[in-house]
Design a protein around this ligand. Structure first.
Ligand code: NAD
Length: 249
């Protein structure tokens, strides 16, 4: 851990000076709520599961029962998880008008659950699903019920296949992604929390802010390929950094 009081004070100062600060979060923000991330060494989901089987358009279309078997297991974890200190701290910063809001790669809905008002869900959210043909909306529970009965959940209106509203590998991004991206021209501080920065184009958020002259604070347990771009880098568990930060700001 490379944390010291100077770094904490520096982050506090940056937050107090910024006019357009945003948080950009990844799966590491929710591991302390019991949701495994994808790429942590030894505990990441992709250690034991093939992402192309359970998180790609091909996996969804060509092996739908396996896809839903995985998502049903994952749903059990997502649906019972509660926000942790980092989610609550970000919500409180927004309430104090020190943060504009959160751009998240997470699909777990925990930022909204903790009280954050402006949340761009860059890869969607697990709670809803829709028909890939006619876009009729369903709750995830309705979809699982059909998946369990029929293997392939189908739409009442057009018999199209039903899919959770999360962005799969090989799929185009939701409108929220482009709305968030357009905010970055004005962003003067980006708090990058708990992300490996390996998923593109989401990871482009970081160079985008630097190009516009903004500052970047990166807090992650492991080093990332973009550490060199950041103005402040902390390699630490989030709770160990957010605890002292939340006592100061
Ligand atoms: P990732 O798994 O690639 O990286 C997570 C990073 O967080 C790792 O570098 C890890 O070292 C770090 N980390 C883990 N626990 C931490 C902690 N307590 N404190 C500080 N750092 C910690 O995840 P990613 O970068 O978000 O990107 C991949 C994709 O993962 C996203 O598209 C997202 O949709 C998906 N995902 C989301 C969830 C979720 O919604 N909670 C969970 C898993 C994966």
């Amino acid at each position: 851990m490379d944390l010291n009081i100077e770094k904490i004070q520096h982050i506090v100062d940056l937050l107090q000076e910024a006019q357009h600060a945003w948080a950009f979060t990844g799966a590491g923000v929710s591991t302390e709520s019991g949701i495994p991330d994808f790429r942590s060494v030894s505990s990441g989901l992709w250690e034991n599961v093939d992402p192309m089987e359970v998180a790609s358009v091909e996996g969804f279309l060509y092996n739908t029962p396996r896809f839903y078997e995985f998502w049903h297991w994952r749903f059990g974890i997502l649906d019972t998880a509660e926000p942790n200190i980092t989610h609550h701290w970000l919500a409180s910063l927004e309430q104090k008008e020190l943060l504009r809001g959160v751009m998240t790669q997470n699909i777990d809905g925990l930022h909204r659950k903790s009280g954050s008002q402006t949340v761009y869900e860059l890869h969607g959210c697990y709670e809803q699903g829709s028909c890939i043909k006619c876009q009729s909306q369903y709750t995830i529970e309705q979809i699982f019920e059909r998946a369990q009965q029929e293997g392939k959940p189908r739409c009442d209106q057009c018999e199209g296949l039903l899919k959770p509203n999360v962005t799969l590998f090989g799929e185009s991004l939701p409108a929220a992604f482009y709305e968030a991206f357009s905010e970055l021209a004005q962003c003067d501080l980006l708090l990058v929390l708990g992300t490996s920065l390996e998923v593109f184009p989401a990871a482009e958020m970081v160079p985008q802010v630097k190009q516009h002259g903004g500052q970047v604070v990166l807090i992650n347990a492991e080093s990332t390929g973009m550490d060199d771009l950041a103005d402040v880098v902390v390699h630490s568990r989030l709770k160990d950094v957010v605890q002292p930060l939340s006592e100061m700001i």
